[in-house]
Design a protein around this ligand. Structure first.
Ligand code: SDX
Length: 434
């Protein structure tokens, strides 16, 4: 696919007195890249780019980010339009199939999700064996990895079954998440219902109980749809790049997604939404002196980071955090929560940080994780489930990227190079002489 975007312009590299020409690629939104696929063969040199700050691992037509201007497009549609007009399932369909669904396509996809909402009853017993306090993210990645044993359609050509596998995953991950919450409480499982929408079903499975019925709140459902949409995809972030890396070895979809869940777990990535809430709760519990935490974040000798701020790509406001911040006000107002102390604290921190030279010169703005936890908490979702919520939202993006990688005729196993800096070959020393 990338060859369609190769221009006739060249970059020249002169090294060791030799000059090499490298093709220049220009993406559909003007991103420019130097194609170095032939670099080592021509020059004997590789490039070094720890953390891939400057390196593209692939071409993709799923999501576009403009970090300088705070733009996020899913298959060309602005995140603001999607978050304001679609359901999560509509956007999941868009990410996976490349176009917004017609009414019939959306109906058929929703029916598949309903059909696949249960997990195999043998898998339900797995929950009896996780120790109390087991991390919901470890439960999620274990259960998802195990799906390939119960649904072996992966062994045939996955592209023949991708719609079924996508619907199966999106639906079952929601059930697994809710079941793991109920199990953590020692409460009876609430099974999915065929008469509820995707998000309403999740909230019902989380909060309904045989002794106290749960009234699905339309504001919560709307907010949850929006939150999941905002987490839907984000180019080659750490967890998506992991799904593509693992999948490139021709690993099945479920195991590749399980790897992505584990990457998302990290506090520098999806785990930040939980870390933000814990940070806000710590500040609130210790008297609200957030300036002490900001000072720590600025201290080069202190590893503490102000979680919820900064981003590898966005060097201005993360467009998602703006939308979530507005949704915060709506959700809390609908719950009659007029002044949530943590939301007030978050707004105060944001106000101070945005005027602070340290953060300004490093282009550190609130990211998607800064406000999301406040809404999840208002919904009654426990803090240790926040990153699971991120995974629920990111799942369609992971599936879309796995499918794009799997389908790429020029695809190959991902295997980065390195620069070796260890000892040169030396004589072996027998243990008696060491
Ligand atoms: C997500 O990639 C994605 O798209 C991710 C994501 C997605 O949707 O998939 O958007 C989701 O992961 C959002 C990010 C959530 N993480 C956090 O909120 C954790 C806190 N943020 C950081 O750790 C950091 O900003 C990262 C990890 C997000 C980005 O790290 P980078 O791009 O490697 O930047 P860096 O570590 O090189 O920092 C550059 C400078 C450094 O200072 P100097 O060495 O130049 O003096 O900025 C400083 C950093 O110390 N810095 C921070 C900071 N983030 C960066 N200082 C204080 N607090 C912070 N949060």
């Amino acid at each position: 696919m990338i060859d369609r975007f190769t221009t006739d312009r060249k970059a020249t590299l002169t090294v060791d007195g030799r000059t090499f020409e490298l093709p220049i690629v220009e993406g559909s939104e003007g991103e420019k890249a130097i194609d170095i696929r032939m670099l080592r063969g021509k020059s004997g040199y590789i490039t070094l780019d720890t953390g891939f700050m400057n390196t593209g691992s692939c071409s993709s037509d799923i999501t576009f980010l403009d970090g300088e201007n705070g733009v996020l497009l899913y298959r060309g549609y602005a995140i603001e339009d999607l978050a304001g007009n679609c359901s999560f399932i509509e956007v999941a369909y868009l990410l996976i199939n490349g176009h917004l669904p017609t009414r019939d396509q959306l109906r058929d996809f929703s029916e598949l999700l309903g059909l696949f909402a249960l997990i195999h009853e043998d898998m339900v017993h797995f929950f009896d064996r996780f120790p109390p306090g087991a991390s919901p993210m470890s439960i999620l990645s274990s259960m998802v990895s195990c799906l390939c044993n119960f649904y072996p359609e992966m062994n045939e050509n996955p592209m023949d079954n991708i719609d079924m596998m996508a619907a199966r995953l999106i639906s079952k991950v929601r059930t697994i998440a809710a079941f793991s919450y109920k199990k953590s409480l020692g409460a009876p499982l609430v099974y999915p219902r065929h008469d509820l929408s995707y998000c309403a079903n999740f909230l019902n499975m989380m909060f309904d109980s045989p002794v106290r019925s749960y009234e699905v709140n339309s504001t919560m459902v709307r907010a949850l749809n929006q939150l999941l949409i905002l987490h839907g995809d984000h180019e080659q972030n750490c967890s998506t790049a992991t799904v593509r890396m693992v999948g490139s070895a021709r690993v099945n979809l479920y195991a590749s997604i399980s790897a992505g869940i584990n990457a998302l777990w990290g506090p520098l990535h999806g785990g930040a939404n939980q870390a933000v809430m814990e940070m806000l709760e710590d500040i609130h519990a210790s008297g609200g002196d957030y300036k002490k935490y900001i000072a720590r974040a600025k201290n080069p000798d202190d590893p503490f980071r102000l979680v919820g701020f900064g981003h590898r790509v966005y060097k201005t406001f993360d467009p998602r955090s703006r939308i979530i911040k507005k949704a915060c006000d709506d959700v809390l107002a609908s719950l009659g929560i007029n002044n949530d102390p943590l939301l007030e604290l978050a707004k105060e921190i944001e106000e101070v940080v945005l005027k602070d030279e340290y953060f300004i010169e490093r282009n550190l703005y609130p990211n998607v994780d800064f406000y999301s936890g406040i809404i999840y908490r208002a919904m009654g979702i426990p803090v240790d489930m926040f990153t699971v919520m991120f995974a629920l939202g990111r799942l369609p993006g992971w599936i879309a990227h796995w499918k794009e990688m799997w389908d790429d005729p020029n695809g190959r196993i991902s295997r980065p190079r390195q620069v070796y800096v260890g000892p040169s070959q030396r004589d072996f020393v027998d243990i008696g002489q060491r």
